[in-house]
Design a protein around this ligand. Structure first.
Ligand SMILES: [Fe+2]
Length: 279
């Protein structure tokens, strides 16, 4: 005879985007993250200092260098990193960053991408964008994507920091061509060594070209809201279904966009995927 299982209590209300839940509040307070939560909600970005000890950051930096493909001296990166080394799983599971992710993209959030990059001195700069790249505007009031950028060495404007445009997140849309070119009002996120810079999916950002010697070594860990996950998992059937039905089935199963790639990211499909999201 089976015992009766108590029904879980139903939550009927929804918290506003800047609220810390009663369940998360003690964790946030214990980890000293209340000001980070406020800044992330109000300004769209924040920096969590000393998220992990220097020893961990050194290990993370060394591993990023080790796994990044040649050639040295050029901007380069790697992704699908959960599958590549335990140090990336440790970064993704870091208690302070997990607390910030729960605050920003909700309890039950998912990992969406872990990608590292190495950027030497030079003119390289990524195009201004919002990380909600696969959403049409207006973006929802509740954040859907949080990017946490581990910076073992820290960064500032001269060394190639992330560029953000304060207030742009309130527009809840993508920048247009002129705004992308002008980057009006841009500032640098200043992060000391052993810290994690993070920003929400709405704020417009890019990077400052690195003007100093050496290389900027970072790891971007991105978390997303539970809603973004398909309800059914066809991964065990996908190959057979696509073989039988072709390209449109491949699209339905997420294999025509850059998010699905044996290498973790297909650069040739980056812009087409983002364009799809706006149509
Ligand atoms: Fe981005």
């Amino acid at each position: 005879m089976s015992e009766a299982v108590a029904e879980p209590e139903i939550i009927y209300d929804t918290l506003p985007p800047d609220a810390i839940s009663d369940e998360l509040a003690p964790v946030v307070d214990e980890l000293g993250l209340r000001e980070n939560c406020r800044q992330l909600a109000m300004e769209g970005y924040t920096v969590v200092e000393d998220a992990a000890p220097p020893e961990f950051n050194a290990r993370l930096r060394d591993k990023i260098r080790e796994i990044s493909p040649e050639p040295e001296g050029e901007t380069r990166g790697a992704n699908l990193l959960l599958a590549k080394d335990a140090v990336f799983a440790e970064a993704a599971l870091n208690p302070k960053i997990m607390a910030m992710a729960e605050f920003s993209v909700g309890r039950g959030f998912l990992i969406t991408q872990i990608a590292s990059s190495i950027m030497p001195k030079g003119p390289f700069a990524i195009r201004l964008h919002a990380d909600s790249s696969w959403l049409p505007a207006p973006f929802p009031a509740h954040n859907t994507l949080l990017t946490a950028c581990w910076t073992p060495d820290g960064y500032d404007k001269e060394s190639g920091a992330t560029l953000v445009i304060p207030g742009s997140g309130n527009l809840r849309r993508h920048p247009n061509a002129e705004e992308t070119e002008a980057k009006a009002g841009a500032i640098a996120i200043e992060a000391p060594p052993n810290s994690v810079a993070m920003w929400d999916g709405n704020i417009w950002h890019a990077n400052w070209p690195r003007q100093t010697d050496g290389e900027r070594v970072v790891c971007h860990v991105a978390y997303t809201r539970l809603m973004m996950r398909p309800v059914e998992d066809y991964s065990a059937h996908a190959d057979e279904l696509i073989e039988r039905y072709g390209k449109r089935m491949s699209q339905l199963l997420g294999r025509e966009d850059f998010l699905y790639s044996a290498g973790g990211f297909d650069p040739a499909l980056g812009i087409p995927t983002q364009n799809n999201a706006k149509r």
